[in-house]
Design a protein around this ligand. Sequence first.
Ligand code: PLP
Ligand code: COI
Length: 360
Amino acid sequence: MSLSFTREAHPNPTAAEARTALLQDPGFGKTFTDHMITIRYTEGQGWHDASIHARRPLTLDPAAAVLHYAQEIFEGLKAYALEDGSMALFRPDANARRFNASADRLAMPQLPEELFVESCKLLVDVDKDWFPPIEGGSLYLRPFMIASETFLGVKPSSEYLYMVIAASTGNYFKSGAPAVSLWVSQEFSRAAPGGTGAAKCGGNYAASLAAQREAIARGHDQVVFLDAAENRWIEELGGMNLFFVFNDGTMITPPLSGTILPGITRDSLLTLARDEGLTVREERYGIDQWQADAESGKLVETFACGTAAVVTAVGKVSAPDFSFTIGAGGPGQLTGRLKEKLVSIQRGAAADPHGWVVRL
Ligand code: PLP
Ligand code: COI
């Protein structure tokens, strides 16, 4: 499907000096670029009115379905400025597929994959002056879709808005600490069998916030969610997947059971590890075993991974009735090596044998 994008001139773009100042320390998710993409969907008509225009507030009727029943999905992917000066997206086709899988689960329309990728490329191209010139800097793209029909009956909306915004981005974790500290949620579940855990919908994040509030209050960075049925099997963090590294060089990551997000970073690291000949099992791993293995020394590293956080070592794990340290509490060797391998491919500094880097 091809739609042509209307380009609306920005009435008041950010001045170059102001932008340069903002890009010194952009943080995560707060330094936004000047433009955004909008495409509308109407039942019976399909996708229409694609445009790129100044980033601006939305006008929504207060009875818009998304505001009441949370029919909303999103994606997160990064654009990188490569060492040769060109720009690239990392596996945008995988984000496009996951976006449609989420859309299906939330009873929303499918967006043609090529339109998803084209919209991301167009925004990066128009806002190319917003790459932060800092170590680890990138443009974080946030494509999302909301139910925009004005109607309070509970049913799939007949109208939707797809949008893409972009944020100049540095590190996800403000502390910049070499390893993060996790809080094990024992009271709250994130997802249950048959629910929306495998979809990237806003509701999953809303459901995670009470646990995240608890974690922050106790001085931790992120929450580890366990399975809802037995409160035992490790699933993932509020916004990242997990890998466990053992002293025999093997790794485990929880399987895609339907209750965790199928992370694209997770999939990329699985592929890179297996390319190296490492054994990685996609297998259930219990919280009790994690503690026992960390204490015996059998488990030597744990890391979290995701687009925003890339690869981040886990140093400490706490719950109301126990606390344990992973390895020496800082980043381990395999964590560092896999991160370096992934980042080198993303930045165009290493060969890309799987064709993941999509240049603009
Ligand atoms: N799990 C959750 C709940 C997430 O929000 C994310 C972030 O997108 C991930 C895992 C990691 O996914 P990805 O590597 O595709 O960014
Ligand atoms: C991402 O890594 O893209 C995420 O979506 C995680 C979080 C910021 C929601």
